[in-house]
Design a binder for this molecule. Sequence first.
Ligand SMILES: C[S@@+](CC[C@H](N)C(=O)[O-])C[C@H]1O[C@@H](n2cnc3c(N)ncnc32)[C@H](O)[C@@H]1O
Length: 187
Amino acid sequence: MAHGICPHWVGYLLINPLRKLFENPNKILGPFVQDGMIVLEPGCGMGYFTLPLARMVGPKGRIIAVDIQSKMLAALRRRAQKAGLLDRIELRHIRGDGLGVKDISGKVDFAVALHVVHEVPDPASFFTEVRQALKQGSKFLVVEPKGHVSEDQFAESVAAAENVGFVSEILPQKVGGRVALLIKKTN
Ligand SMILES: C[S@@+](CC[C@H](N)C(=O)[O-])C[C@H]1O[C@@H](n2cnc3c(N)ncnc32)[C@H](O)[C@@H]1O
């Protein structure tokens, strides 16, 4: 159910501070992120969630921020530099033929994909790669926009994640978003 890739100029709309009124990064991510964690964020865009994540993990933590659009990552780099958080964020530009995270296999404490899965052409591979990167028992939070993704389409994505070995929990819907928590329970 891949939609088109979000054009890079939309990235500027997504970093509007007013977004906090209906998608507050601290409320959405706070329950899952702790000091010192390694967090994987595929489809980071210009970093609306990346900068708050970097604050949450503190100076000993690290965010692996992955995107297929170099313009998104360039804007995130500038914003992170300005906020003094660049040393906690590793930016990875990928070509779209995989997430490029084999080197961190089994090292990630938490992963999050916010408004990304509906843009991914091969969800099975995407979920497989995120799962491989996670530590045993770690969680992957998936949030999808209600406007683009129907309930059935969301259920399809969750089923694709379960097929590659995630155990899922559908969380109460947030305003405008469909939310699932995927857990890596077995190898
Ligand atoms: C709608 S934007 C959301 C950005 C950010 N997560 C947010 O909520 O502000 C989707 C992002 O996912 C990226 N993306 C799409 N397909 C991807 C893929 N296969 N791997 C990594 N990033 C991808 C796009 O380039 C874009 O930056």
